[in-house]
Design a protein around this ligand. Structure first.
Ligand SMILES: [Fe+2]
Length: 180
């Protein structure tokens, strides 16, 4: 499994690639089912676990027409920037260790606003999210963490955000593999 699977597999992030006619989306309950099933299949993801203190490690678990699944690992202190998922819905399960998720509410009336209380996700925790979800995920624990993520449609390009008081401002967009 390639640690940096982008060059071979990444679709070109064009506007047309985002259209509903070419990007099929699985219902969220299906993503929960898939993520839960994969998380329970230790023989699938455990051999792929690596920890990289320099940058977060990831490996693709599945690449289907309607969804994609990834294994992510997090040493203590590692985390993402604020990001959305470029219009993909998703679900993830913490299968080892503990992660902390901060979220923001999305409104048509203005920039996203931070939700005050972070969510601590212990081993076995499941999170499902819709196509507009914005979050920041960090391993604030003392032990390495591992999580299994499912996205539908497959991730192509994601937007990143920066905090400005209680709000978030979009700072750019990145191709998959840079942020999650
Ligand atoms: Fe994410």
């Amino acid at each position: 499994m390639s640690r940096h699977p982008l060059p071979q597999n990444k679709p070109t992030p064009t506007t047309s690639s985002r259209s509903s006619s070419t990007r099929k989306t699985r219902p969220r309950h299906n993503l929960v089912e898939i993520a839960t099933r994969l998380a329970g299949q230790h023989e699938v993801w455990e051999p792929l676990v690596r920890y990289d203190p320099i940058s977060r490690y990831y490996a693709r678990l599945a690449h289907e027409p309607e969804f994609e699944a990834w294994l992510l690992t997090w040493v203590p202190g590692q985390g993402t920037d604020w990001h959305d998922h470029g219009g993909s819905a998703g679900a993830f399960v913490v299968v080892r260790g503990e992660l902390t998720e901060r979220t923001a509410t999305v409104s048509q009336l203005g920039p996203p606003r931070l939700v005050d209380a972070p969510r601590v996700l212990s081993e076995g925790s499941l999170r499902a999210f819709g196509t507009k979800h914005i979050h920041q995920v960090t391993n604030n624990g003392w032990e390495p963490a591992v999580s299994v993520h499912v996205y539908s449609p497959a991730l192509v390009e994601m937007n990143s955000y920066a905090e400005d008081g209680p709000r978030l401002w979009q700072t750019g967009s990145q191709l998959i593999g840079v942020n999650w």
